[in-house]
Design a protein around this ligand. Structure first.
Ligand SMILES: *Cc1c(COP(=O)(O)O)cnc(C)c1O
Length: 353
């Protein structure tokens, strides 16, 4: 959509009318040294203080790394919060709908149910690519968002950029592109299109490549009007002090993150080769992420055998187009070795049957 696209028109009327909560710290800007405004305990510094509701310092760090403006960035308690807030800002319960690809990350559908919003699913092609025409045709006057995920979970591949851009150009609603695995991908992030495409929303997270799933920090990059609505609706202190402090410190150590990503990519390729040598494995799909989708005979039996031997993977065999598939996260060399040892012994056990 071009710059005639009116984001405000997609926003629920109650959210447009909302007067957001103003916290004590919101109303004060300056350099006081005695803070008696927020009923905090004066002892136990620094955790006695409420965190910065604007998250200014952390936002500047992230915006700097991703070369975006702070005005285009929202921070959430994991991507999950960003996803849920997008529903609450845009979708009228019982009336509006979303369109997603299928199969994809389950959280879009869960958030849709929680918010009483219909989810229309459009099957990927057999090669796990976008059917852009079908997606565009699934959008109707009540569709507020199209969810895309690239690299996609659980299929592990990147979606075609030209198809993504075509969908962004042609649909009259927001397009939410989840880039949780972008740092593992050979494809470049599409975050650079956010300033010129008013209806493009890009989700990223510190949970995967940055190794910080435990601190819960997700990012939403979007037009500043949408970011402002998300900000108006969030809990004032949605990002806690411990998360902010850890994130700022770890984001300053990008070299370590790059080394982890390189190592994981090396291990992924080693693991992929080893898996393909197993007799009961039919296919290891090409991956652009930190996990492998693996098609095999009797996936449930393999899943149970792994579990009985202390190795947990994800059974995706019930997902559309994923018949026979387990999803396996790439671990350390030692973890992958243990996985392979159990799979080898499973292979021997079925030969001996
Ligand atoms: C893991 C994952 C996320 C991360 O969610 P957080 O809430 O940020 O931990 C987001 N999207 C997809 C597709 C994922 O697989």
């Amino acid at each position: 959509m071009d710059d005639r696209f009116d984001i405000g028109k997609l926003v629920r009327p109650n959210i447009r009318a909302l007067v957001p909560y103003a916290s004590a710290r919101d109303e004060y800007t300056g350099s006081a040294s005695v803070f008696l405004d927020a009923n905090e305990n004066p002892y136990n510094a620094p955790l006695n203080r409420y965190p910065d509701p604007k998250q200014q310092e952390l936002k500047e760090v992230i915006a700097g790394i991703r070369e975006q403006r702070v005005e285009n960035l929202f921070l959430g308690n994991g991507s999950d919060e960003g996803i849920d807030l997008l529903f609450r800002v845009l979708c009228e319960p019982g009336i509006d709908n979303i369109v997603t690809i299928d199969p994809t990350y389950g959280m879009y559908g869960v958030s849709a149910v929680i918010n009483h919003v219909e989810q229309k699913k459009v099957l990927l092609t057999p090669g796990f690519q976008l059917d852009a025409d079908a997606l565009i045709n699934a959008v109707d006057q009540h569709t507020k968002m199209v969810f895309l995920c690239s690299p996609n979970n659980p299929t592990s591949n990147s979606l075609d950029r030209e198809a993504i851009l075509r969908i962004v150009s042609e649909v009259p609603c927001m397009v939410v592109l989840d880039e949780a695995y972008i740092d593992f991908s050979t494809q470049e992030s599409m975050i650079g299109f956010v300033p010129e495409r008013r209806n493009l929303v890009v989700l990223q997270t510190l949970s995967k490549a940055w190794g910080l799933a435990g601190i819960r920090l997700g990012m939403v990059f979007a037009h500043e009007i949408l970011i402002q609505y998300l900000t108006n609706v969030k809990y004032p202190y949605n990002i806690n002090s411990l998360t902010m402090e850890t994130a700022i410190r770890r984001l300053g150590q990008a070299g370590e993150k790059s080394r982890w990503v390189s190592q994981i990519l090396v291990e992924r390729n080693v693991l992929s080769g080893q898996l393909m040598n197993l007799s009961f494995i039919e296919k290891v799909y090409p991956s652009d992420a930190n996990f492998l989708l693996v098609k095999m005979k009797r996936p449930k039996a393999v899943y149970n055998y792994l579990m009985d031997h202390g190795v947990i993977v994800r059974d995706r065999s019930k997902a559309p187009l994923c018949e026979g598939c387990l999803r396996i996260t790439v671990g350390t060399r030692e973890e992958n070795r243990q996985l392979m040892a159990v799979l080898n012994s499973y292979g021997e056990s079925i030969v001996n049957l």
